[in-house]
Unconditional design. Structure first.
Length: 310
């Protein structure tokens, strides 16, 4: 496995490194840690760096970037992974995507926000771009409140002790599930498997089109069939995690997929929500499905968006 950890010196960079430690990646994993010195290119490819009479400022930026990487590599060395580091200049999102392709990363780990993102933003602009266009999976890291205490000052954590896996049976959700299975999660890890039923959402729309009796019969049949299919999806996913020795619970949700997953995340308080980048519907077959994008934006924890490594 090859992973790319993108850091920028923000508070989220510390979380990325802690997540890199918590993932318990296989020893043969190659981890590339990178940072980008932002440099905006204007029309004609002009940059401020090209116009500077002295490279003094560039030297200062380079030294800061190298120190940031040095500290990150030192923290990750205890994982036993093979670690490389590099500094890039340019547009952060572009450079992260370009580097992910160059190192053939199957997973990009980065903060959900960066240094320049306003506090009010739930998801940073760089994170949004990377999760949309990355060829592999993306793990957006956030902090969560430990369940060990209900006090206002509860300890903060970054880890993989509780995972919420959202699946709809699509290829991408199965790939996301498999990606999580390929990680060596802590033995005490608890996995919550959920899927969302959509059939009741059809009710209000179809009632105006069908005679009352036909309406009741067809909708009841639709809900029965969908629930039967959902139980099969849940059972298959749970079986895989139980086989690896993880504790599992499951729930069939009713409502819009994104809203249901976010409610479940609030209820179960996982360290990470895992879902596919695309789903079953026409809209969800886009470059990044609307469900994945909404969950990534509004979840209060880390989000792993799984997609096949192209």
């Amino acid at each position: 496995m090859k992973i790319l950890l993108a850091i920028d010196g923000s508070h989220y960079s510390d979380l990325v490194i802690k997540m890199g430690e918590a993932l318990h990646l296989p020893p043969q994993t190659l981890a590339t840690v990178m940072t980008v010195v932002p440099e905006h290119a204007f029309l004609g490819g002009i940059t401020l760096g090209k116009l500077r009479a002295t490279s003094l400022r560039e030297d200062v930026q380079q030294k800061k970037a190298l120190k940031l990487l040095q500290d990150a590599v030192q923290a990750l060395n205890k994982t036993g992974l093979k670690i490389e580091s590099l500094v890039r200049r340019g547009n952060p999102a572009d450079e992260i995507l370009k580097t992910a392709d160059e190192v053939n990363a199957s997973l990009v780990v980065m903060g959900a926000k960066g240094l320049t993102d306003p506090l009010a933003f739930r998801l940073g602009s760089v994170a949004q771009t990377v999760m949309k266009y990355a060829r592999g999976s993306v793990l957006l890291v956030r902090q969560t409140i430990a369940i060990t205490s209900h006090d206002a000052g509860a300890a903060r954590k970054v880890g993989m002790n509780r995972a919420l896996v959202a699946t709809d049976g699509s290829e991408h959700s199965q790939l996301a599930t498999q990606f999580l299975l390929d990680l060596t999660l802590p033995k005490k890890c608890e996995v919550m498997v959920v899927t969302a039923l959509q059939s009741h959402l059809v009710s209000s729309h179809e009632k105006t089109k069908l005679p009352f009796q036909a309406d009741e019969e067809l909708l009841a049949r639709l809900q029965t069939e969908e629930e039967r299919y959902a139980k099969g999806i849940i059972a298959r996913a749970e079986k895989q995690f139980k086989y690896r020795g993880y504790r599992t619970i499951s729930e069939i949700l009713r409502g819009g997929a994104a809203e249901s997953i976010l409610k479940a995340a609030h209820k179960y308080d996982p360290d990470v929500v895992v879902l596919g980048s695309r789903g079953l519907s026409v809209i969800e077959r886009l470059l990044l499905g609307s469900v994945a994008e909404r969950v990534a934006r509004y979840a209060n924890c880390s989000v792993l968006i799984g997609r096949p490594h192209e």
